[in-house]
Design a protein around this ligand. Structure first.
Ligand code: SF4
Length: 265
């Protein structure tokens, strides 16, 4: 976890540095022209860029404090910082360059966002938590339509959906299966949960977690033994642990009892 945090913040520092250099370059290029044509404005532009550079430096310092200390950030500051990370992230991806590094970066970003939620020591009743799963977890040959109503699942054991249903019923949490980002957003709007545990691949998790801010979301990556978007799987005991961290409850009995629904493909 600490390694991933360092990896993420290392790239964030690089991206913040590149952004600051770009800002400085824009200012340096504009300065002579401004001094010549509108000399009255030159000081105001200097102050504007100076404040902008100081602002980005301050935001990065706050980001470090958010990552490395137990400082309880006011909600508004956390929101601003999360927007700042959302702004830096595309730059970080460009700097990561290779696909392997981009994947590591995505995973560390999800861990970072999860860490921020876990740090809040939330105690949200399970009934107000939504487990949001992707449609690709469902067995490809399953005849049951579960995206409209997950209760249509017969818990036959062919895929992880049966286990997720068992967990959600045992805890009283909501379970919804979304066929895409639009349906996921609609489900969040309709069910209005106080917290979400979202299961998805790196790309969908990051865009989804950014979309529902400031709602607390814990991201859990799916496993893709047959390639992307096809008969994917998820580690259900890990899901239970994340739910424990959100609700402050102990779900050991549920964790031990879900094996009967575990898929056997
Ligand atoms: S557990 Fe069985 S019934 Fe439920 S979604 Fe998977 S394949 Fe379909």
């Amino acid at each position: 976890m600490a390694k991933e945090m360092n990896f993420f913040l290392g790239y964030a520092a690089l991206a913040a540095g590149v952004t600051a250099v770009c800002l400085w370059l824009v200012w340096a290029v504009m300065k002579p022209g401004l001094a010549y044509y509108i000399s009255d404005m030159a000081l105001a532009v200097d102050i504007f860029f100076g404040l902008l550079l100081c602002g980005t430096g301050l935001l990065f310092l706050l980001l470090l404090m958010l990552g490395f200390t137990s400082w309880e950030q006011p909600v508004r500051i956390r929101q601003i910082l999360l927007q700042y990370i959302g702004f830096l992230y595309p730059v970080m991806r460009k700097l990561a360059w290779t696909d392997t590094r981009k994947e590591m970066l995505a995973r560390s970003y999800i861990q970072f966002l999860n860490g921020l939620v876990l740090k809040q020591n939330l105690r949200i009743p399970a009934e107000q938590v939504l487990i949001l799963a992707p449609h690709c977890l469902q067995w490809d040959q399953c005849p049951h339509k579960i995206t409209r109503c997950v209760d249509n699942c017969r818990q036959c054991g062919h895929c992880t959906i049966g286990s997720l249903l068992a967990v959600s019923r045992s805890l009283g949490a909501h379970l919804a299966v979304a066929s895409g980002g639009t349906q996921a957003r609609q489900l969040v709007g309709t069910l209005r949960p106080r917290a979400i545990v979202a299961i998805a691949c790196e790309r969908d998790l990051i865009s989804g977690m950014e979309d529902v801010l400031p709602l607390p979301v814990l991201g859990l990556l799916n496993e893709r033994p047959y390639g992307p978007c096809f008969d994917t799987q998820v580690d259900v005991p890990v899901l239970c642990r994340l739910l424990e961290r959100l609700t402050g409850e102990d779900y050991e009995r549920t964790r031990n009892s879900i094996s009967q629904f575990t898929h056997h493909m």
